[in-house]
Design a binder for this molecule. Sequence first.
Ligand code: ADP
Ligand code: MG
Length: 229
Amino acid sequence: TEGLLQKSEKLALVGQLAAGIAHEIRNPLTSIKGFIQLFKAKYKSDEVHFNLVLAELERINLIVSEFLVLAKPTAVEYKDKEIKILLNDVVTLINTHAIMNNVQIIVEFESEISTIVCEENQLKQVFINILKNSIEAMPNGGIIDIKVKAIEKDTISISFIDQGTGIPEDRIPKLGEPFYTTKEKGTGLGLMTSYKIIENHDGRLKISSKINEGTKVEVILPRVPSELY
Ligand code: ADP
Ligand code: MG
C-alpha cells in the first residue's frame, strides 16, 4: 500500500523537485564558501571553527551534487557510445581510490554488443555510485568483478560483483529509497539517482546479496532506449 502514488512515481517527483532545488542551492553555496575562506584567512585564531563550517558546507555540497545528476541541464544528450571505453573511463577515474582501499577491479567483457545509446555522463555516474558502494562494503579490501555480456538480441547486462559485507534480505526493498543509508557519512542518494537514471534509459537495476559473501548489482540496458527508436 503506497497510497495514491506508486513508488516509481514518487521517486520521479522527488527527483525532479530535488534536482531543481539543488540547482538553485549551488550558487549561494559557492559564495558562502568563498566568504568563509576569506574570514578564515582574516581571523586566524578561529581557524578551527571556520574549518568546521567549511566541512559542513562540503556535506551540503555532496548532497546537492548527488541530486544534480538528475537535473536536466542542456547537456543531456543520448549518443551511441562504446561500452568498453565507457567502463574503462570509469575504472580509471575510481582506480586510485580503489587501490588506496586495497580493492582490485577486474573487467570481463564477453559481449557481442559493443555500443549502446546512452547519456554518457549519467551512466558513468551510475557506475561510479555502484563501485563506490562496493569499495565501501569491503573495509579490508577485495575484488570487484565487472562482467559484461549480451543477453537476448538487443539487451546488455553489466554486473558488478563484490566480496563485501552484503545486505540483509529484509533491507533489499529499502535500496533506492531516498536517504536510506547505513553509513555514518552516507547520503542515501546514490542508489536513488542510479535507479532513476537507469529507468530513464528503459533499463533495470537488480540487486542480490548474501551476508558476509558479497553483493551483485546488475544493470540491464537495451541497446537503444525505446523512445529513441
Ligand atoms: P550511501 O552510499 O550514501 O549510503 P546509497 O544509495 O549509495 O547511499 O546506498 C544505500 C545503502 O545501500 C548503503 O548505505 C548500504 O547500506 C547499501 N549498499 C549499497 N550497495 C552496497 C554494497 N555493494 N554492499 C553492501 N551494502 C550496500
Ligand atoms: Mg553510495
